[in-house]
Ligand binder design. Structure first.
Ligand code: FMN
Length: 178
């Protein structure tokens, strides 16, 4: 690994995994990278469930996903990380209402991508999953009502070498220097 930009370039959504398990130490590293993320007022609203048990992964894939994208493959990932938000009143209701900025959603995105880049650095494949049924997932992972699932991340060893197929807008299209 030569540079951070190379690591970022290496991250590509992985949608086919080997069944091999991921050593617990690697999962701990991924969670540590997420834990160290910055957050508005340092509220750290993220909560995680690490799902490795195969029946629970199947249940998430069968019941926790919205129809239409054919995402049964997520059950094949040896780890599914469920990301949830636990809101605090001042930062996440009062401040968000005043500014209109969804701080906890920003925070959880940062934490999730920290996790993903740490996994990438260790040679693992990952994919963000946002086409979900939050209420159903909350019941599957047994979270209380004040934690809302927002996304999942599949993690595992890529079944085959990965190549980037998605393109990106050019900097000219997305950046305004002034
Ligand atoms: C918030 C978010 C939600 C996503 N949800 C899904 C999803 O439900 N299913 C899926 O297959 N990919 C999902 N993706 C992956 C995107 O499709 C993918 O990142 C994008 O097409 C760019 O491709 P790349 O990740 O290979 O660079 C999601 C990505 C993000 C950031």
């Amino acid at each position: 690994m030569k540079s951070f930009l190379e690591l970022v370039n290496r991250r590509i959504s992985c949608r086919a995994y080997k069944p091999d398990p991921i050593p617990k130490e690697m999962i701990e590293n991924i969670l540590e990278a997420a834990r160290l993320a910055p957050s508005a007022c340092n509220r750290q609203p993220w909560r995680f469930s690490v799902i490795t048990e195969s029946n629970k992964r199947k249940t998430l894939a069968e019941k926790g996903i919205l129809p239409g994208l054919g995402m049964q493959w997520i059950a094949e990932a040896p780890v599914i990380l469920v990301l949830g938000i636990k809101k605090s009143f001042i930062t996440h209701s009062v401040a968000t209402t005043i500014s209109g900025v969804d701080y906890p959603l920003l925070d959880i995105g940062i934490a999730g991508e920290h996790a993903i880049l740490q996994a990438t650095e260790m040679g693992l494949g990952t994919c963000w999953i946002g086409w979900i049924k939050p209420g159903t997932i909350r019941r599957i992972v047994d979270w209380p009502a004040d934690i809302t699932p927002q996304a999942m991340i599949t993690i595992g060893w890529p079944a085959a070498p990965m190549e980037r197929i998605s393109s990106r807008l050019s900097k000219d299209e997305i950046v305004k220097w002034q």
